[in-house]
Design a protein around this ligand. Structure first.
Ligand code: GLA
Length: 394
């Protein structure tokens, strides 16, 4: 937690000295398998990383909540706890504001309506925004945990995950799946989360961190229209399900469509919709295959599924960009790399790599050289440890 003292100093600069703030950390996440499956009811395999959001929080004597972020020059945004805005502002603060509204409502539901109090909150951290590492879920789940502690609500961990999800889907209005807040909120060090997005059941799969290093290569490409393109994929998958479900009795989501059903109907579907369904149907099978590989201690088998996933995201789901394709191609040509794919929604952002322990430098040098030759600049390659999930750190 290298920047803890820096964050405390920034808090004092923004809100003044007098009473040390409580400090919380909430991680980001990467997704290793199950690409674009969460909103199709499929299984996903994310894990939290040791980069994320810092929240320094101090109770106020009045009923105002004042928020600022080190990533936004410390500009202060203020709310009256008993008159929280009904509509979003279009700024970053919509995420914690959505959570604030949900936590305020939760306090009432729990019969603790007298507990919420005003607070000064400073956000910051070391997670790149818009890189596909889920800075939004990190902020939302972290805010829910911090307010839960500050207001002594003692809400169950799962309830705080749901608060974050409701805030993003409701107040902020993003059509996100359930993976990100679950990955952040239920994180366990040294494990991948196996989350079945149809019934929300989950389990933990140990990752052999003695043999495998997780790397993230940031293409530094950021697409402004990524949210619209993401929503379009969600709509296209819903369309695919509407076309296929009459031929699959009992199917409740696209994940339930069997390969034979898809194959027999594909030619009758609009080609673009068929490509999206093709990705989903095969990604479900790949994700189960990857779990089997992990369970039998076969990182190369696991990585092979990741490479296939990337090809499918590039050719069928069409969410990659040339920079990410370059990174994954270089990874595939590096003997020390087990597997790689774009992570998050795509349209720029990061590739995630599984590397054989001890060969990090060799793989990373190859990625940087190849990328620089093609694009005239270097990607950012980082090595991440796992994380235990949102918690108070000071
Ligand atoms: C984004 C969304 C997630 C998930 C991924 C794709 O990160 O927030 O819910 O759909 O894309 O797997």
């Amino acid at each position: 937690m290298g920047d803890l003292s820096g964050h405390r100093e920034a808090f004092a600069r923004t809100f003044g000295t007098g009473g040390a703030p409580r400090v919380f950390f909430s991680p980001g996440r990467i997704n290793l398998m199950g690409a674009h499956l969460d909103y199709n009811g499929g299984p996903v395999m994310p894990t939290a990383i040791d980069r994320g959001t810092f929240l320094a929080v101090r109770t106020r004597a009045d009923r105002r909540v004042v928020m600022a972020s080190t990533l936004d020059d410390g500009a202060r945004i203020e709310f009256e706890l008993d008159r929280l805005p009904e509509t979003r502002t279009g700024r970053w603060a919509d995420y914690p504001l959505g959570v604030l509204r949900e936590m305020h409502a939760l306090a009432r539901t729990l019969g603790r309506e007298r507990n919420p109090r005003g607070a000064d909150v400073l956000f910051g951290g070391n997670l790149p925004v818009g890189a596909g590492l889920s800075s939004s879920a990190s902020i939302c789940v972290g805010t829910a945990h911090a307010l839960d502690a500050l207001w002594e609500l003692a809400a169950p961990r799962m309830e705080l995950v749901d608060v974050a999800l409701r805030a993003e889907r409701g107040f902020v209005g993003v059509r996100c799946g359930i993976m990100d807040p679950y990955a952040v909120g239920l994180a366990r060090t040294g494990h991948l989360l196996w989350l079945d997005c149809k019934d929300r059941s989950h389990a933990y799969l140990p990752l052999d961190t003695g043999a495998i290093t997780i790397a993230v290569a940031d293409s530094l490409v950021r697409r402004e229209l990524a949210q619209g393109a993401f929503n379009e994929r969600v709509s296209q998958c819903a369309r695919a399900f509407a076309l296929l479900s009459p031929h699959q009795p009992g199917a409740e989501c696209l994940r339930d469509i069997r390969l034979e059903t898809f194959t027999s109907r594909a030619a009758s579907m609009p080609p673009e919709i068929a490509r999206r369904a093709n990705h989903v149907v095969h990604e479900v099978a790949r994700t189960f295959a990857a779990r089997d590989a992990l369970t039998r201690g076969d990182p190369r088998g696991f990585g092979a599924e990741m490479f296939r996933t990337h090809e499918s995201l590039r050719d069928l789901f069409e969410v990659s960009v040339p920079e990410l394709d370059r990174l994954v191609a270089s990874a595939a040509e590096s003997p020390g790399c087990f597997g790689a794919r774009l992570t998050g929604a795509g349209f720029g952002g990061c590739a995630v790599l599984l590397i054989e322990k001890g060969r990090e430098a060799e793989v990373s040098a190859r990625l940087v050289d190849d990328f620089a030759r093609e694009f005239g600049r270097a990607p950012r390659v980082d090595f991440f440890g796992g994380d235990a999930g949102p918690r108070e750190i000071a």
